[in-house]
Design a protein around this ligand. Structure first.
Ligand code: SF4
Length: 713
């Protein structure tokens, strides 16, 4: 039958009365593309399709992940009922039994070991309402100080650096539509083409406008197609590269003296530091010739406008915080911030990586970017929540440190919502071993993820097609995600689960919500007057527009461009930082002679719990791989498409080799979306950045052994 005839036949058989259409947003990356999901009955079968929908960020575009996201939401492996582990096997239980299990176990643990013996582990894909409620749940219902979330592994370096430099952290200081106005763009450790493909047209437009692109990456990624200059840098040496650029900028007189004088602090110290730096040394450290560093510096400094974007490639390092601070130095000394086409962006990874870090999921934070250690902030939030200020816990520890506290026996029970730390944490074998020590692990998820498999109790939650809420995209723009598809089985929304657990713990009065909108209303009030002020944003507004925060009143238009007149520190000035090259001196060793770096591929998302269950996405990349330069492969006797073992002192992973001339000879690349022996996080570095506690995912020294050798031995 020809395609035309088949189409005609299908049309004739379509039961139009049964067609249902849902407005929603893609659940994956931080662009939050809008779409419509259509269900229809054709020839007696359910058929599904996705129609991209226009909005002012993605302008009607969807990437392959968005087009197929519904495949996981409709997957037969979706959890539909609470599951309790009995004698090592999960059995279906009622919600009453599940809640009673939590009530008894959490209360017993807290009675015996204190409130802080229960930890809470959240996620950057939760809606704003649920992230907010999870923070309140930890502090009010459980009264524990131990709460953190997987965004610690994502945005913490950039967020901490922006806070320290500008006094405020928002992913992009400018709206995306300003990108075509920048005459020089630096993309450092960001593979936009594969991670946020629908924003590429902004960069393509800039290219058409004559923008000069500098792409810094040890690999020639799809994003390098934009590059006029590709800096194929040695992993982890970005600080030295930027110090080299600053050397040139200072030496050749490109500093915007007036801007620096009027709007920054710390210039003299930075100048003194840069004067001591030798360009040749920076070239040696980074593997980039001095002339290339000079050329990059001149291009950026002399362009009339310029933007810098960083992402996990430079941030997921044990000096990620200082690396970002150095990129911000670059923007500040050249005066390229707070104007059209001039700014900085940390391209957020997770769907709600921005909103998820603003309203209380972080260990040291209260809603609206308030600090849990600030007396005024504590007082205000306590008044909104109706609890005595002295009952609010103090700050806890970061995500990976919580795992360490589990291992040490200080945390005995853990509540995980929207995260899969067994796959996504560094040193994953240790993480798995630690979680097994828990007296009680409760996991809320769509699927029996690798973390859920270890749980005592698993609670089924709703998907993006079913769960309404707001998300804040990479621009700092709050978006409303409608969702109205019926939930399968006995699935509940995350926020309903939190309210019900709070009730059985005797704290139901603080969690009397009957809709996401009601929670958002409380969030607005809680954020009022904070740095991330959402007070002026309402569901009514969001049904018609996407609003940039801060937005302090309902008649406020929202703040698209930050720092036009002043920065957010009390004196209005930004802080320059002295950034040394200490970390760059760490090298590979004879035992572990090659750098491993990790990242994403186009068709997968984070730990792959969802995308590995989407046939259309999984089939595009069914397994992990190790991208290796053919010269390196020859050295280690590795054939193309052969199984290899990558090993560090923390463990090993087995993946298939893939020859590529696009990677440095001293580095291999492995994506992180797979579990089991393919999980590359079994070898990644769990040393933490001292400032933001970001683990050093992006560079670890390892050795490669062909699996054939292992078999022979
Ligand atoms: Fe848009 Fe990101 Fe989803 Fe792709 S993954 S459709 S870019 S939100």
């Amino acid at each position: 039958m020809t395609k035309e005839l088949l189409r005609y036949f299908r049309h004739k058989q379509k039961d139009h009365a049964s067609e249902t259409l849902f407005d929603t947003q893609c659940p994956f990356c931080s662009v939050q593309c809008a779409m419509q999901f259509v269900e229809e009955r054709v020839v007696g079968r359910n058929c599904y399709k996705v129609i991209p929908k226009d909005n002012s960020t993605s302008n009607g575009r969807l990437c392959i992940k968005g087009l197929h996201a519904h495949q996981h939401a409709l997957h037969t492996e979706r959890l539909q009922f609470p599951l309790l582990k009995r004698n090592g096997r999960f059995v279906r239980v009622s919600w009453e039994e599940a809640l009673s299990f939590i009530q008894i176990n959490f209360k017993n643990i807290q009675k015996e070991f204190g409130n802080d013996a229960i930890g809470v582990y959240g996620g950057g894909s939760l809606t704003n309402e649920e992230a907010y409620l999870l923070g309140k749940f930890a502090r009010v219902a459980l009264k524990t100080k131990y709460i953190d979330y997987n965004g610690r592994y994502c945005m913490s370096a950039a967020a901490a650096a922006m806070n320290a430099t500008f006094g405020l952290d928002r992913g992009l200081t400018n709206k995306l539509s300003e990108i075509p106005h920048a005459r020089c763009i630096i993309l450092a450790g960001t593979n936009v083409a594969e991670c946020q493909p629908t924003i590429m047209p902004y960069f393509h437009q800039a290219k058409k406008n004559g923008t000069f692109f500098i792409v810094i990456d040890p690999r020639e990624t799809a994003t390098c197609g934009l590059a006029d200059l590709h800096i194929k840098i040695k992993p982890g040496t970005d600080v030295a590269f930027v110090n080299g650029m600053l050397k040139v900028i200072f030496a050749e007189g490109y500093v915007d003296e007036q801007f620096v004088k009027e709007r920054t602090e710390g210039y003299d110290e930075l100048k003194k530091h840069i004067e001591q730096i030798q360009l040749d040394e920076m070239a040696e450290m980074t593997g980039i010739a001095p002339e290339v560093i000079q050329f990059a510096a001149r291009q950026y400094a002399t362009a009339p406008t310029g933007m810098i974007f960083t992402a996990r490639g430079v941030e997921q390092q044990t000096n990620g915080y200082m690396t970002v601070r150095n990129f911000l130095n670059l923007a500040l000394v050249t005066g390229k911030i707070g104007k059209i086409g001039c700014g900085y962006g940390a391209i957020t990874g997770q769907g709600n990586g921005q909103g998820g870090r603003e309203h209380g999921q972080k260990a040291d934070q209260l809603p609206g970017y308030r600090s849990i250690e600030n007396p005024e902030h504590r007082k205000y939030i306590a008044s909104v929540w109706g609890v005595p200020e002295e009952e609010l816990p103090r700050k806890g520890v970061s995500a990976y440190e919580m795992i360490q506290k589990i291992d040490e026996g200080e945390i005995k029970g853990l509540f995980v919502m929207g995260s899969n730390p067994v796959v996504s944490s560094p040193n994953a074998r240790f993480v798995k071993r630690a979680l097994k020590k828990l007296q009680c692990l409760v996991v809320v998820d769509l699927f029996l993820s690798e973390t859920a498999e270890l749980a005592d109790l698993v609670l089924p939650t709703s998907s993006y097609l079913e769960d309404e809420g707001t998300m804040t995209n990479l621009e700092g723009r709050v978006t409303w995600r409608p969702a109205s598809r019926k939930r399968p089985g006995e699935v509940k929304h995350d926020w309903e689960i939190l309210c019900e657990i709070a009730r059985v713990l005797g704290k139901g009065d603080y969690f009397r919500f009957s809709s996401a909108e009601e929670i958002f209303h409380e969030l607005r009030v809680a954020s009022r007057g904070g740095l991330a002020d959402y007070y002026g944003i309402t569901y009514e507004r969001l049904r018609n527009e996407r609003v940039y925060w801060p937005c302090p009143s309902p008649d406020h238009p929202g703040t698209a461009r930050l720092f036009e007149q002043s920065f957010a520190h009390p004196d209005g000035k930004a802080r320059l930082a002295v950034v040394d090259n200490e970390y760059q001196k760490k090298q590979t060793t004879e035992q572990y002679p090659i750098y491993v770096t990790t990242g994403r591929v186009l068709s997968h998302y984070l730990s792959g719990t969802q995308t590995r269950r989407s046939p259309a996405l999984a089939s595009r990349q069914i397994e992990a791989f190790m991208e290796i330069h053919p010269n390196t492969a020859k050295k280690y006797k590795i054939e193309n498409n052969a199984l290899v073992k990558l090993e560090t002192k923390r463990g090993y992973a087995i993946v298939r080799s893939k020859y590529s001339y696009k990677i440095r000879e001293d580095t291999v690349f492995v994506p992180f979306h797979w579990s089991g022996f393919q999980n590359i996080n079994q070898i990644t570095d769990d040393e933490l950045d001292p400032y933001c506690k970001m683990p050093g995912f992006k560079r670890c020294a390892a050795r490669i052994i062909p699996v054939v050798d292992l078999e022979r031995n």
